[in-house]
Design a protein around this ligand. Sequence first.
Ligand SMILES: [Ca+2]
Length: 227
Amino acid sequence: MKGVVILLTMSLCLTLSGTQAVGEQKVGSTFPYYQPDTCSVVRDLAVLKEKLEAVETRLQASERQVEELKSVNKAQEEELKTLKDLAAAGQLKVAFSAALRTSGSGDIGPFNTDTTLQYKRVFSNFGSGYNPATGVFTAMVKGVYFFRYTMFYSGNANAVVSLRKNGQLIVSTWDTGSGEAQDFASNAAIVELEVGDNVYAQLSANRQVFEDAGNYNTFSGFLLFTL
Ligand SMILES: [Ca+2]
C-alpha cells in the first residue's frame, strides 16, 4: 500500500513538473516566479496520510479492545451480583472433597521443591471453587470456610503436608520418624477468606505421601457462612 502511494506521488510529481515547465514557457516572464517544491510537499502529505491511517488503525484496534473489556467487565459484574444475591438468600452452596488418585497406586513425591498436591479424584465440588487440575480452592465470595486434609504414607515415615492460604502456612502435619510405616495424620482449620483468596495443601520438598484406591489423602472444604 505504502509503495503504491509513493509511486502515485512520484507520478503526480512528474506530471506537476511537466506542467510547471509548460507554464513557465507560456508565461514567458523574465522573472522566474517562485514555485514551491511541489513534489516535496506532495510527498510529505503522502507520508502524513500514511501515518494518520496507521494511527487510525491503532485507534480502532484500541477501541475494539475497550469494548471487549467492557463486555468482560459487565459479565463479571453480573456473575458477582448473582453470587451476592445467592449469598444474601442463604442459597450459595460451596463444598468440595477430593482424593489424590483417580487410578493406580504408589508414592506421590518426593519432589525437589514444595509442591501443591493435586487431589484429582473429586467426590463433590459444589460451586466449582476447587480446581482438580491445580489442587487449589479459590473463594468466590467473602466468608468463613472450613478446610481439612489428611496425610498418609506407607513406607518409612517421610511425609510433611501443610494447609496454606495464599501461600502462607495455616496448619501442618509431620511424620518423619524413621522405622515406622503406614502412619496417618490430619489437620483442619476454619479461616476467613476474601474473594480470590486461595487455599491448598502442599507437600514439602523431598517428602512424599502414598495413595491407592483407599483414598487416604483427601482435601475437603466448605463455606460456613458469608461475611
Ligand atoms: Ca510416625
